[in-house]
Design a protein around this ligand. Structure first.
Ligand code: ADP
Ligand code: MG
Length: 330
């Protein structure tokens, strides 16, 4: 059973609708209608040692920093403004309180940078390893939050920043090669920056039809927009932006460049769609936030096409990028 099949099974039968709930389970955040023409955006993310982080690879400060940044990214993914957070932490059997203190100092950094105020949490002793759960509450104007489900056939697909860096950083950490071209990608993996300002600019333009953050990998996350919007897509691998040092680092690490860029997770860039007729009006915002167009949404739901540099189609499976039948991903 995939993670998404499990979520569908778990959430089945639960009360999931309310008059003041414009968007419940299934998007980056739930959207709850608030007073004074504002909506609340609510999200929770878990971070467990050995799954989401390894203490051998990162200090506790950067672990805390990344956890809150990743949680805040779900608010950015809807074009919202992060406001409040609650932090739950379970310390492992051998962990001193100092470890939690350092994790919280990293969270404080991310909180200051993203305008977040700590409003609560919970503390417990975990039987194995450090476990965290971070709830972030954001805010947006009523009806302003950009859902995954709003894309239409013919919309342009855009991404911010550059893709694949975090996956290369993870590969560096795994291989122990952290110097040279790999260094900055390690930092990209360990200390991501949620695209809050970019998300706000996209929301303010009122021209985006759907949006998500790239946490699972570009193609997998675009599949989430496609599924929620009942569409397919065509993108060109050659248009996907990447850091100029990425290919040298990929060669050094012996990893597949396309896998990193198309399927590598945790870049926390924004992937979004803009209606064909709005493209000229969106140009200025795209330039301002460094977003580029990489493809188009199409009406055929089963069409999930990634074209390679020579125009050849690369196969994509339902779980994400799967070139020539081999499962990609980091
Ligand atoms: P993201 O990667 O953006 O944090 P996820 O892929 O974790 O989102 O989750 C997809 C959707 O499913 C979200 O709306 C999330 O709130 C919901 N979800 C995930 N796990 C559960 C769960 N155990 N119970 C209820 N809803 C869940
Ligand atoms: Mg998300």
């Amino acid at each position: 059973m995939t993670e998404f099949e499990l979520i569908a099974r778990l959430t089945e039968g639960a009360p999931r609708e309310a008059a003041d709930l414009p968007c419940g389970v299934g998007d980056d955040c739930a959207v709850v209608a608030g007073p004074h023409g504002r909506d609340w955006l609510v999200t929770v993310d878990a971070f467990a040692e050995g799954i989401h982080f390894m203490r051998e690879w990162a200090n506790f400060r950067s672990i805390g920093r990344k956890a809150l940044a990743a949680a805040a990214s779900d608010v950015a993914a809807m074009g919202g403004l992060p406001r409040f957070y609650l932090a739950t932490i379970g310390l492992g059997p051998g962990d001193e309180e100092g470890a939690a203190g350092e994790i919280y100092s990293g969270m404080r950094e991310a909180a200051h940078e993203n305008g977040l105020v700590l409003v609560g949490g919970d503390t417990f002793r975990s039987p194995s390893g450090i476990t965290m759960s971070l709830t972030v509450v954001g805010e947006a104007g009523h009806g302003e939050a950009i859902l995954r489900s709003g894309a239409k056939a013919g919309d342009g697909v855009f991404v911010t920043g550059s893709l694949g860096g975090a996956a290369v950083g993870l590969a560096s950490l795994r291989s122990g090669k952290r110097g040279g071209a790999c260094g900055k990608f390690v930092e990209r993996h360990l200390e991501p920056r949620p695209r809050v300002a970019e998300g706000r600019a996209i929301a303010r333009s009122r021209l985006a039809t759907a949006m998500i953050d790239s946490s699972d990998g570009l193609v997998a996350d675009l599949c989430h927009i496609a599924e929620a919007s009942s569409l397919g897509f065509e993108i060109e691998a050659g248009l996907v932006p990447f850091d100029p040092d990425l290919s040298a680092a990929a060669v050094e690490l012996g990893i597949d460049f396309n896998d990193a860029v198309l399927a590598g997770g945790e870049d926390y860039e924004l992937i979004f769609t803009v209606a064909g007729k709005s493209l000229p009006a969106f140009e200025r915002t795209a330039k301002e936030i460094g977003a580029v167009r990489i493809g188009t949404m199409v009406g055929e739901r089963e069409r999930r096409e990634v074209r390679g540099a020579g125009g050849e189609p690369l196969a994509v499976g339902p779980g994400g990028f799967d070139h020539f039948g081999r499962k990609g991903g980091s």
